[in-house]
Design a protein around this ligand. Structure first.
Ligand SMILES: [Zn+2]
Length: 396
């Protein structure tokens, strides 16, 4: 066979013929552009379970909050076991839709003069299920086997319930972008983009060995991390096409004649990492940029030179760590958080109305009757009052 297998730009081993494509920007971050034969399956796997996973994890809250889907269309992540008020377990469904469960949902105490049942449920279905469990437990305790008697007991438990609508607890999530080894994943994204733009052979040059070893094992052989990675809070340049959104993700490589090659990773338009890919000229001149809209992943492109939303000069500008302005990053992130609040409220309202229509027995396509309308109005009014007053409201 004459064909020479391409070499992996990370470990420099031959890449087997059958190799799964690799995302330049993580699928979790909405990345859709894939390349093949740039990284070997082994490196891909090691990056996936390490640095890539750290980067994906560090953006979990923001993706959940804004209901950002993955590049392949998978839903935004669910966050399980979120910390909430001490007696609550919270799961956050995409779009910050809270699913609460009490840690002590069912308590049954058997005393000489009777049985006390305490149920804390967050939906009618849950109350039914817990009442059923309680009735069965009591029946077993007192030796009842008859199904009708158990059903009666369950009905009795449910009869005494009091229903309230509780306002959703305030959610505090961590938005941290520097988690663990995430920066290695960003450096890898830049190297893979370079391999894509210039070919594996170019990316295999010894001049990229330092950043390569940093991507592989986090080691910088005698250098300090700040010599390689500088955080950037500059606003993005004007004129980035609207289709990429106000908070695009960007992966870039830029090289100047007689200058070093820079990598650049911008997350949600808010915070950037400038990475030194090589300290000396490598023959790469120009700029290549992958731009992607995290709110609409189908809107992405890989653009070169004059078409690139970030210029070579902007990407490789001399940055100084002390110029980093945390306030600027927070302001930019606040815009996303505010947007997320709207997304979350819209989704909540939509679900509430859907649930109300369902309860009223109205199916999609049906003409809604006056009676159903009245039912819907009753159903949505309590949660709405609770939302607006942030108080517990008894159901009627
Ligand atoms: Zn490899």
């Amino acid at each position: 066979m004459n064909n020479v297998l391409p070499l992996c730009i990370l470990c420099k081993e031959p890449i087997p013929t059958r190799t799964k494509p690799e995302h330049i920007l993580l699928n979790a971050l909405g990345g859709r552009k894939t390349v093949s034969k740039i990284i070997c399956p082994n490196c891909n796997h090691l990056m996936g379970i390490g640095p890539d996973n750290d980067l994906a994890e560090s953006t979990k809250y923001i993706r959940n909050m804004c209901n950002m889907t993955c590049g392949d269309g998978d839903p935004a992540p669910q966050i399980r076991g979120h910390r909430g008020p001490s007696d609550l377990n919270l799961n956050l469904n995409p779009g910050m839709q809270i699913k609460a469960a009490s840690k002590n949902a069912l308590e049954i105490s058997f005393e000489d003069d009777g049985v006390t049942v305490k149920i804390i449920a967050f939906s009618e279905q849950e109350a039914e299920r817990l009442a059923d469990a309680a009735a069965r437990k009591i029946a077993k305790w007192i030796g009842i086997r008859n199904g009708d008697d158990i059903a009666k007991m369950k009905a009795e438990i449910l009869e005494n319930r009091r229903s309230h609508y509780e306002p959703a607890p305030k959610i505090v999530g961590d938005i941290e972008f520097g988690k663990g080894e995430a920066v290695r994943s960003k450096a890898k994204a830049c190297l893979v983009l370079l391999g894509h733009a210039m070919g594996n052979e170019h990316a295999l040059s010894m001049k990229y060995d330092k950043i390569r070893s940093f991507v592989l094992d986090g080691k910088l052989s005698g250098y300090k991390p700040e010599d390689f990675v500088i955080l950037d809070s500059r606003p993005l340049p004007e004129g980035i096409p609207e289709k990429y959104g106000t908070h695009p993700n960007l992966v870039c490589v830029a090289g100047k004649e007689h200058g070093p090659v820079c990598g650049y990773f911008r997350l949600y338009g808010s915070i950037g990492w400038q990475l030194k890919l090589s300290c000396e000229p490598t023959g790469y001149e120009g700029v290549t940029c992958l731009v992607s809209n995290p709110f609409n992943p189908i809107s992405w492109d890989v653009l070169h030179n004059d078409h690139s939303p970030l210029s070579s000069r902007w990407v490789s500008k001399n940055l100084f760590a002390e110029e980093f302005d945390f306030g600027a990053v927070t302001t930019k992130l606040d815009e996303i958080v505010r947007y997320a609040g709207t997304v979350s409220k819209d989704l909540w309202l939509l679900n509430l109305v859907k649930q109300g229509l369902d309860e009223a027995g109205c199916k999609e396509g049906d003409v809604i009757t006056e009676e159903q309308l009245a039912h819907l109005a009753r159903f949505v009014s309590v949660p709405l009052v609770s939302l607006m007053t942030r108080k517990s409201v008894p159901k009627f």
